[in-house]
Design a protein around this ligand. Structure first.
Ligand code: KG4
Ligand code: ZN
Length: 349
């Protein structure tokens, strides 16, 4: 019998430019996670004018936003601080001053409310976003592609918590590739949603553009996106008419990213004989990637399940931090408020 069966967790996420808090509980009968509230205060409008996140401004905004966001999460979930089992907080990786704002808020609340803390790796959070209301039970081993603004990681999960990284980007992350292309074409920040919307506008029409698919056929599971960005720059420089062809450039650029992500993920699924393919992270919000990956898993593999988080749990949020915290709670990985340290390393537990 799991003594934490009726646990209620408050999670706090502030690793980049979203101040987020969530209350998550585990259904006492099924053990399934139930998100009671998931509040996000985005700073996108503030950072937009700089073309990217300004770390010091982000930290100052977190200091202002975190307590109101936490208060709203508690009110919406109808949970009082005394009902909480633990407070989970992102310990890294991320912008260090943003992480400190979240960690110090969590530390102060843990002290005031006499609650234990659970420190959660941000990437583990993205991975566990898939554990919130999965459409089918998760079968292991699973291959997981985590694609965000800062990371592109391919990993194998043998069972919950047992993770091995098999491939990573050697330079830019997939989300960064979207953001940099968008900046290059003067389209705005964050690039992912903008570039993908323009690509959708172009549709499935054929194009003469031939942007490279970097490392598509390399023998490993690594990625590289900085050459793709440079190739786009050269194509734009060569084309006096590029401003009238932006949707076409967005379409081919996005397809180059998607081709490589799908190819390497399926190659890993087949090599490691996984039963599940999952994607997660901000770029997994991308409609085209979601549809094409689902189709590829269905048509190119046999009996492999495909799981994606609901859109609310793809870009940064605190519900995913709570989901990862539940795994650590099961292992009794609770810490005292004095022990919490922000830590930008990529270890996953
Ligand atoms: O996971 P996330 O919210 O933050 C990090 O941990 O980095 O990911 C943010 C990244 C940004 O680079 C953003 O451009 C990208 O995810 N992104 C998208 C989409 N929505 C967000 N990329 C492609 N298509 C989208 N719809
Ligand atoms: Zn993230």
């Amino acid at each position: 019998m799991n003594k934490h069966k009726n646990a209620i967790i408050l999670a706090i996420e502030s690793s980049c430019d979203e101040s987020a808090a969530s209350i998550v509980t585990a259904d006492p009968k099924t053990g399934r996670l139930q998100v009671l509230s998931n509040i996000i205060s985005s700073q996108i409008a503030i950072h937009k004018k700089y073309g990217g996140v300004v770390p010091e401004i982000a930290a100052r905004e977190h200091v202002l936003n975190l307590l109101p966001v936490i208060n709203e999460a508690l009110i919406k979930a109808r949970i009082a601080p005394k009902d909480l089992t633990a407070i989970a907080v992102t310990k890294g990786p991320g912008l260090i001053t943003s992480l400190i704002a979240g960690a110090e808020t969590a530390r102060a609340l843990a002290f005031a409310w006499k609650k234990p803390l659970i420190e959660v790796n941000h990437i583990a959070g993205h991975i566990y976003a898939n554990f919130i209301n999965p459409v089918t039970p998760i079968k292991f081993p699973a291959v997981i592609l985590t694609i965000s603004g800062g990371h592109t990681i391919l990993l194998i999960m043998k069972k919950s918590g047992k993770i091995k990284i098999i491939g990573e980007t050697r330079d830019d992350a997939a989300g960064e590739a979207y953001d940099k292309a968008s900046k290059m074409m003067g389209l705005g920040y964050p690039g992912g949603p903008i570039v993908s919307e323009l690509a959708a506008e172009y549709g499935k029409k054929l194009t003469n553009l031939k942007l490279p698919r970097p490392m598509l056929n390399s023998p490993d599971f690594d990625f590289s996106f900085s050459g793709l960005k440079t190739a786009l720059l050269y194509e734009l420089k060569k084309d006096p008419n590029w401003k009238n062809r932006i949707p076409e450039y967005c379409s081919d650029y996005q397809q180059a990213i998607i081709d490589v992500l799908i190819h390497k993920t399926l190659k890993a699924a087949l090599k490691f004989k996984t039963k599940t393919v999952m994607i997660s992270g901000g770029v997994s919000a991308n409609n085209e990637l979601r549809a094409q990956m689902a189709k590829a898993v269905k048509t190119k593999t046999k009996n492999i399940n495909f799981l994606i988080p609901a859109k609310d749990y793809t870009t940064d949020n605190a519900a995913m931090i709570a989901a990862a915290a539940f795994y650590k709670l099961k292992k009794n990985k609770l810490i005292d408020f004095k022990k919490l340290r922000v830590n930008a390393s990529l270890e996953l537990k």
